[in-house]
Design a protein around this ligand. Structure first.
Ligand SMILES: [Cu+2]
Length: 397
């Protein structure tokens, strides 16, 4: 009896603390859009106080029940039926839990991801939907069975428990069915990912290079030749932020940009690099995320399908912009690694690309060296220093 008394109170408190913790979790999760949620400590204090009061309340109820139980026994009556009490708690937990899960799905579910704006994004969303529907069905069925059984088959004097040591058929059913379902999901995911990644053919695509560094992105567009020049990390310096190899003829017309601009419905290949630590190119609208690893170039090929202008109409937000984020906690300025991504029509893209500046001011082929007067050299150096500073400012955006 003492065992039951001691445990019930503990279980009840644990159960209640779980509810309270979920409440606090919701409080922290309610940030708006891209701005991080500001923690209102007064509100947090309120929840903590509520939690303490609730614990005290449960402790008091537990004591009252204990006294009531003892007084019943002193009168020679049967005590409280703790089995029934716990069974009803299970039932309450099931109902409240299912209602909370439904609320979370309907309210928070819509806050997850915006509409997919890339071709493969629709496939990923479909896969996500199928996986969610399957796992949710299993979740609801198993929870109802688990707590429903605990309630329905609570200990009763009128009923004798059926002893079931082992049943091969049941074992087979609950092993084979999940195995098949999981295999289907994994194969489905494998083929979807394969289709997205299996695109090494770059001919005719727009090749854009994006290099992550602490804390920003260097963007490089190919010039009229449509080819990006080769890079070499040993050539990186203040003027040459990505280490562009000037000896490569493809490098001469490469362009720098501050915004990622892509023409709609054209395959884009993002060539991803990093200078210092691991960064991650993350563009949620396009269902695109790929790590930027130093020394290991990666890429991601995708086809944007909705222009920024179309999305502004769809979202009824005239200031809407697609964004690129860094999705690896890469250091103190990580939060600042954001860039605007603009999807435009082919014509708009051609107008925009024509305005972009060359990536490097590649010097003309070397002429025979002429010794310049000393004063002039000093003046030139002064100018060069200024140029470096200006370049740094331009690139460290
Ligand atoms: Cu980063």
């Amino acid at each position: 009896m003492g065992f039951i008394k001691g445990l019930n109170l503990k279980k009840a408190i644990t159960l209640f603390s779980m509810f309270i913790l979920f409440g606090t979790n919701m409080l922290f999760a309610q940030g708006t859009d891209a701005t991080p949620a500001k923690v209102d400590w007064l509100e947090v204090g309120y929840y903590v106080l509520m939690f303490i009061i609730a614990c005290l309340g449960i402790a008091v109820i537990g004591k009252i029940l204990k006294v009531y139980d003892l007084s019943l026994k002193m009168q020679g009556k049967k005590g409280i039926k703790w089995n029934n009490f716990m069974a009803f708690l299970c039932l309450i937990f099931l109902i409240v839990g299912l209602a909370a899960a439904y609320w979370s799905l309907t309210v928070q579910g819509s806050m997850t991801l915006p509409e997919a704006a890339s071709k493969h994004g629709v496939d990923i969303d479909n896969m996500f939907l199928v996986t969610s529907l399957l796992t949710l069905t299993v979740f609801f069925i198993t929870q109802i069975l688990l707590f429903g059984f605990s309630f329905y088959y609570r200990k009763s004097e009128k009923r004798k428990a059926y002893y079931l040591p082992h049943n091969n058929t049941i074992e087979k059913v609950w092993t084979v069915i999940p195995a098949i379902v999981l295999t289907v999901l994994v194969v489905f995911g494998f083929f979807t990912w394969q289709e997205i990644e299996n695109s090494t053919e770059v001919k005719g695509d727009l090749n854009v290079e994006i290099t992550g560094h602490q804390f920003g992105w260097y963007l490089r567009y190919p010039g009229k030749d449509g080819k990006l020049g080769t890079v070499n990390y040993t050539l990186v310096n203040a003027q040459n932020s990505v280490g562009l190899d000037t000896k490569d003829p493809n490098s001469t017309d490469d362009l720098q940009a501050d915004t990622l601009v892509f023409p709609v419905n054209k395959p884009v290949r993002l060539n991803i690099r990093a200078h210092d630590v691991i960064h991650s190119v993350y563009m949620p609208h396009f269902r695109l995320q790929q790590n930027a690893v130093p020394g290991l170039p990666t890429f991601f090929k995708f086809i944007p399908t909705i222009t920024t202008a179309q999305m502004r109409v769809k979202t009824d937000n005239s200031k809407f912009e697609y964004l690129l984020y860094c999705n690896k906690i890469c250091g103190g300025g990580h939060y600042n690694m954001q860039k605007v991504v603009r999807i435009v029509t082919e014509e708009e893209y051609l107008v925009w690309i024509a305005k972009q500046k060359p990536f490097l001011n590649i010097p003309a082929p070397a002429k025979p060296e002429v010794k310049a007067p000393e004063v002039k050299v000093a003046a030139l150096n002064k100018d060069a220093d200024k140029k470096v500073i200006a370049n740094r400012l331009a690139l460290n955006n």
